[in-house]
Design a binder for this molecule. Structure first.
Ligand SMILES: C[S@@+](CC[C@H](N)C(=O)[O-])C[C@H]1O[C@@H](n2cnc3c(N)ncnc32)[C@H](O)[C@@H]1O
Length: 388
């Protein structure tokens, strides 16, 4: 995106704000990320990886997708080894899809032959990137794009990694016992904020449903799009699983009194900032998600919680250590082996890594309570020789 385009988006937003006399922050965030021409996710730019703004687990190493493929194969077994859809929404550049498909093709060819991998992606730029990286699997007829509602009657697994944290959120503050919403307004020196009554009643309902309200004086985010998404996913799934990976907390922790300023964070060239009004359209804006409301909403729609844990527990359960040792033993150059180890550890380390801030939720519909491979507890995992 050029500087010119950036100011186009700012100009459009200023006009929108003028004519509406202020807009809820959620509308500002939606435009900043998904404006059809100038949005951060819609315009052509490198977002993920060293040359982009942030890393995702699937961009760190293919081992992430390889381990998830193991879990998917067990799910296929549990569903009777017939036709199986893996639907991935918000696949970014397509790395996770590629690593899953490559693993299934090589290690589980019978599953690969029954597989229909569907991508749901609203960014035209990402669709182009996905087409390039996945061309072989597209040509083999294993992967196609679709809309979420096309999946009605789906049997299989609905997958997402860092999708929900990219949904626009409402910013809420509590003052004198009243919930108020952040509106974005125009000021002489740029965008500013105003506190106003809630833009929609659903926000009050949301807090009633989770049984928690923010503490007096605190700011927090409410992700109503994620709530609606959970309902839609549960409605299209006939039988199978929903695997959601993202950073977030249960509501009690997300809305804990000590979290005074919420979790909204912006990413630009691997630097974080708390100012969403800078570099509008040129930086990512994210917020941690509330796994309690996903579990509650899913539960009302027939989705049982089969697994909820930290990413490091999930990956360990799937055989992370064995994979690390095996990959390292194949590496003859000690420097490369060391680099590989450091890279893989990013996926599980709590401090500065993705192991603890990321959570994994697996829900099941019409499948009972099967014991999933990922649930294997760390104390039951034998330490492979040379793991540490
Ligand atoms: C942070 S990126 C996800 C990265 C990717 N899953 C990975 O592992 O590298 C968020 C993705 O969600 C997509 N997205 C956001 N809202 C969406 C929606 N409503 N439907 C489909 N894709 C969406 C964005 O275009 C982008 O591809």
């Amino acid at each position: 995106m050029t500087e010119n385009q950036k100011s186009e988006l700012t100009l459009e937003l200023q006009q929108r704000i003028n004519s509406a006399a202020g807009i809820p922050f959620s509308e500002f965030m939606e435009q900043a990320l998904y404006h059809p021409e100038y949005g951060y996710y819609t315009a052509a730019r490198t977002r993920i990886g060293k040359k982009g703004d942030f890393f995702t687990s699937s961009s760190v190493h293919s081992c992430f997708g390889q381990l998830i493929a193991r879990q998917l194969e067990q799910m296929w077994q549990l569903l009777g080894q017939g036709s199986f859809i893996i639907a991935e929404q918000g696949a970014g550049e397509g790395h996770l899809c590629l690593d899953i498909l490559n693993t299934l093709e090589e290690k589980y060819p019978a599953f690969y032959a029954h597989l229909d991998y569907r991508l749901i992606e609203l960014s035209p730029d990402n669709r182009q990137r996905q087409e390039q990286i996945l061309h072989r699997h597209f040509a083999a007829g294993r992967v196609t794009w679709c809309e979420l509602d096309d999946l009605r009657g789906m049997v299989g697994c609905f997958v997402s990694n860092e999708l929900l944290d990219a949904f626009p959120v409402h910013l809420i503050e509590k003052h004198a016992g009243e919930l108020q919403e952040v509106y974005v307004v125009n000021r002489e020196d740029g965008f500013g904020e105003d506190l106003r009554p809630l833009s929609v009643n659903l926000i009050k309902k949301y807090f009633q449903q989770i049984g928690i309200e923010p503490a007096e004086g605190n700011r927090c985010e409410v992700n109503l799009v994620a709530c609606e998404w959970m309902q839609r996913v549960a409605a299209v799934l006939e039988r199978g699983f929903v695997l959601t990976i993202d950073y977030g907390y249960l509501a009690e922790e997300l809305y804990a009194p000590y979290r005074h300023a919420g979790t909204l964070l912006c990413y630009h060239q691997h630097q974080t900032s708390e100012d969403p009004y800078q570099r509008v359209g040129c930086q990512d804006i994210t917020a941690h998600i509330d796994f309690t409301s996903l579990q509650k909403i899913g539960g009302r729609q027939g989705l049982d919680v089969l697994y909820f844990g930290h990413q490091y527990q999930f990956l360990m359960g799937l055989g992370f250590l064995e994979m690390l040792v095996e990959m390292e033993s194949r590496e003859t150059d000690p420097k490369k082996a060391q680099a590989l180890r450091m890279n893989l550890k990013t996926l599980i380390l709590p401090e500065g890594g993705m192991g603890e801030s990321f959570k994994v939720l697996v829900q099941g519909k019409n499948i009972g309570q099967p014991e999933l491979i990922c649930s294997k507890r760390i104390r039951d995992i034998g330490m492979p020789t040379g793991a540490f």
